[in-house]
Design a protein around this ligand. Structure first.
Ligand SMILES: C[S@@+](CC[C@H](N)C(=O)[O-])C[C@H]1O[C@@H](n2cnc3c(N)ncnc32)[C@H](O)[C@@H]1O
Length: 319
């Protein structure tokens, strides 16, 4: 096995993860992975990029991962997948391939996976796509979000939303200070008790809608402390700056470090093992390293492994 990067907490292996994880590594990692978090190669319809398959081949390739991932996961482990929308080639209609992928995963006869919750990552600064239908014909609106599916092999994967609380809003802070509000029935039929909102839980519960860029600059954005911002992180600054200096095109489909941090904090504890089978520039391994989790990543392309090495040369990582 080609280990291309090794730290105290993790390793990045060069090669085809699905092949490697289906064979020799499957036994040694069985039941030991607490979180698999990844953005697989997207189902691109036109070009073969990242060596990904098209259409039905992609679907089969994707669904076949279900029993492999399920085997690797601890009983209370989670699988988190970020995936975008795709469009039918040369037609102004959306493909349902990603939905078929999800159905395929949860319906796999030996996969034993279920959808725990779906998250939406809204990214208002995404380039208008699909360009032909959006900017030329003007028949469609901008495709501006990706899906994040949280799956597991039990209905009760390890999770604690108290670890990803957001700061309270100003009005909630006032209410907590005053210890008084209008109780009673709301038009929505909810009955608000006299004390239900007076306990300080340390923050408000996160939502399953992530703003990758702030939607409204006049509105205060409240994110868990581990997230800070979905779009910009200091690690990204270092990574992008170094790539620019070395004349390297940064990986075009990097995951947001904030998103990875969110799920690491929400679903794992320090010392747990996190796997990313499609590591790219190793955002996952980097976040795991910072948050003191063990990690294992795979990447098939040499050029992205070089970028992972750059990411890990960030002085932020040096104790
Ligand atoms: C969407 S990108 C992931 C980007 C990554 N999350 C990041 O933040 O940089 C998917 C990556 O999977 C890699 N890949 C595709 N098939 C693979 C395979 N079978 N084994 C390992 N890596 C693979 C591609 O080269 C690509 O870098």
């Amino acid at each position: 096995m080609n280990i291309e990067l090794k730290t105290d907490l993790g390793k990045l292996i060069k090669g085809n993860s699905i092949e490697l994880l289906s064979k020799e590594l499957r036994e040694s990692l069985k039941g030991k992975v607490n979180l698999i978090i990844t953005s697989p190669p997207f189902p691109l319809n036109n070009k073969k990029q990242y060596g990904n398959e098209k259409g039905d081949e992609y679907l089969k390739w994707f669904i076949d991962m279900a029993p492999v991932f399920s085997d690797l996961l601890a009983d209370d482990g989670s699988l988190v997948i970020e995936i975008g929308n795709s469009w039918e080639p040369d037609r102004p209609i959306q493909s349902i391939l990603h939905l078929e992928c999800l159905f395929g995963l949860v319906k796999h006869p030996t996969g034993n996976l279920r959808l725990i919750q779906e998250f939406i990552c809204y990214n208002p600064s995404k380039l208008p796509s699909p360009a032909q239908w959006v900017t030329v014909n003007r028949w469609r609106t901008v495709d501006s979000y990706t899906h994040v599916w949280w799956l597991a092999k039990s209905d009760f994967p390890k999770a604690d939303n108290l670890k990803v609380l957001r700061p309270y809003s100003k009005s909630m802070q006032k209410l907590l200070a005053k210890q008084k509000y209008n109780a009673g029935k709301r038009p929505s039929e909810h009955n608000i008790s006299k004390t239900g909102f007076l306990k300080d839980n340390g923050g408000s519960i996160s939502h399953n809608f992530f703003e990758m860029e702030q939607l409204d600059p006049d509105r205060e954005v409240r994110l868990p402390h581990s997230v800070l911002s979905f779009s910009n992180t200091t690690s990204n600054d270092y990574f992008l700056k170094t790539c620019r200096k070395e004349g390297i095109n940064p990986h075009p489909a990097r995951m947001s470090g904030g998103l990875v941090n969110f799920f690491i904090e929400f679903l794992t504890d320090q010392g747990d093992l996190i796997l990313d089978p499609f590591g790219g520039s190793n955002t996952t391994g980097y976040c795991a390293e910072i948050l003191k989790r063990n990690w294992l990543s795979f990447e098939i392309k040499e050029e992205y492994i070089k970028q992972a090495v750059i990411r890990h040369s960030n002085p932020e990582l040096i104790p």
